[in-house]
Write a protein that binds this ligand. Structure first.
Ligand SMILES: NC(=O)c1ccc[n+]([C@@H]2O[C@H](COP(=O)([O-])OP(=O)(O)OC[C@H]3O[C@@H](n4cnc5c(N)ncnc54)[C@H](OP(=O)(O)O)[C@@H]3O)[C@@H](O)[C@H]2O)c1
Length: 413
């Protein structure tokens, strides 16, 4: 008999209860084990009295602490006390499964070592891209590859907002309001819209893939709050969509890691990932490109990833953790590859900027002065890398009357 305790009975926790009950027979057939939910921890017990399984619910962690439990599922969220509980249960030699990217992105390496020392598993497949199985394929099926890069849409909230802006010509504020109304965005949406949520997930993916510790707060992070209808109009004009991409690549000098808005071809793999869906395109040296697509969040999709981890723990499958490597990755925040960039210049004298661009750069592929949009020049520039681009843009900034320059990478996939 396997005793499971669940910390949290919110979206994910209640989904885990539902799926575990549904899959009990299946688990017995496949593993020969009976799984029993022993206790469920919540903060405010009064919120849960309607649950059929109310008799299992407690708001007292010490009850679980002192129980005979085999697997603890952490689905509370936030850094603390989640980190302390996870560490405490691992130290008591209990297997822990978590959906918590905040804890894994910050303490994943430390907690993996604690799990190792106590001979138990720490699993967190649900922490990145919810229902999309991505960590396991990386650690398992793709283990024979050197992962070269990721191009990923890892945040459903921002993808939903951008889809509304793009498909329905909606302003950012209105799209955010709708996302909040239907529960896709939180009352304080900062973690999503400023790109921190994607950065945490990217750090977890990168740490596993490149076998060195990648900390999310070292990555370049730009959110979607500055994207406006003019950017959308220009994207449409060149057959592109705008997506918040989590980008990472193994380069000679280190690991490039960034979360930033990007133009992607409208009909490409990433351009077609819309609404709350997630997509991850990765490139391995042996396999080439592989694309993962699906629901990155939600009750049952996320619970599906947790149940997968429960199967693995019961079948005693050990996977490579966030990173047992001692070395911290050298992070590069400027894009190293030859790429096209979309440049938008707000200025007093459009003609003067166009003359400068024409005189200076032979490699301009398109210019879009648009009479309908006064005071804005937009063009596409192909450059060897972002460092060179920044030098060019610094020169451009020096022209009198130039007020603001915005650069957006074009990922042609
Ligand atoms: N929601 C998703 O689609 C999704 C997808 C992937 C990953 N995740 C991750 O999964 C985790 C849970 O997310 P969620 O959406 O399920 O959150 P949620 O709906 O807010 O539920 C959180 C649950 O944890 C309980 N809780 C919170 N703090 C607690 C504390 N200090 N002591 C005891 N119980 C506590 C809450 O109790 P009360 O009910 O009494 O307040 C609630 O039942 C987060 O780490 C999140 O990032 C979520």
């Amino acid at each position: 008999l396997i005793n499971v305790c669940i910390l949290g009975n919110g979206t994910v926790g209640s989904g885990v209860v539902e799926l575990l009950n549904k899959n009990r027979e299946n688990i017995r057939k496949r593993t020969g084990e009976d799984v029993r939910i022993a206790k469920i921890l919540v903060r405010d017990i009064n919120k849960h009295f309607r649950e059929k399984y109310f008799h299992l619910i407690t708001n007292d962690i010490s009850e679980i602490w002192n129980m005979d439990v085999d697997i603890v599922v952490e689905a509370m969220g936030g850094l603390y006390p989640a980190y302390d509980y996870i560490k405490g249960f691992l130290q008591k030699s209990k297997h822990v499964i978590t959906a918590n990217k905040d804890v894994i992105a910050k303490y994943g390496d430390e907690l993996s070592k604690v799990a190792d020392r106590h001979g138990v598993c720490l699993k967190y497949d649900a922490s990145v891209a919810g229902g999309i199985p991505i960590l396991k394929p990386l650690q398992d099926c793709l283990a024979g590859n050197e992962i070269k890069c990721f191009y990923a849409i890892l945040n459903g909230t921002t993808n939903f907002i951008l889809s509304k802006m793009y498909n329905e010509d909606m302003k950012y504020e209105k799209a955010l309001e709708i996302a909040q109304e239907i529960g896709f965005a939180e009352a304080n949406p900062d973690s999503d819209v400023l790109g921190y949520d994607s950065a945490r997930k990217l750090a977890i993916l990168s740490s596993i893939s490149y076998d060195s510790r990648v900390f999310w707060d070292k990555l370049y992070t730009e959110g979607i709050t500055e994207i406006d209808e003019i950017d959308i109009a220009f994207a449409k004009k060149i057959g592109c969509n705008i997506k918040l991409l989590a980008l990472s690549a193994k380069e000679e000098e280190g690991i490039y890691g960034a979360v930033r808005p990007a133009f992607v071809p409208f009909k490409g793999k990433l351009g077609m990932v819309s609404d709350e869906f997630n997509g991850i395109l990765l490139e391995g040296d042996a396999v080439g490109q592989v694309f993962f697509y699906g629901k990155g969040a939600g009750k049952l999709p996320t619970a599906s990833a947790v149940i997968g981890d429960i199967f693995d723990v019961i079948e005693n499958k050990k996977m490579r953790s966030v990173s047992r490597a001692e070395n911290e990755a050298q992070i590069i925040t400027k894009w190293q590859k030859n790429s096209d960039w979309f440049i938008r210049v707000e200025c007093d004298e459009v003609e003067r900027v166009i003359d400068f661009i024409k005189a200076k750069f032979g490699n301009i592929t398109a210019i879009y002065p648009d009479k309908a949009i006064g005071g804005i020049v937009a063009f596409i520039l192909e450059v060897e890398n972002e460092i060179i681009l920044d030098i060019i843009l610094e020169n451009l900034q020096g022209i009198s009357g130039v007020k603001k320059i915005k650069k957006t990478i074009i990922i042609d996939l």
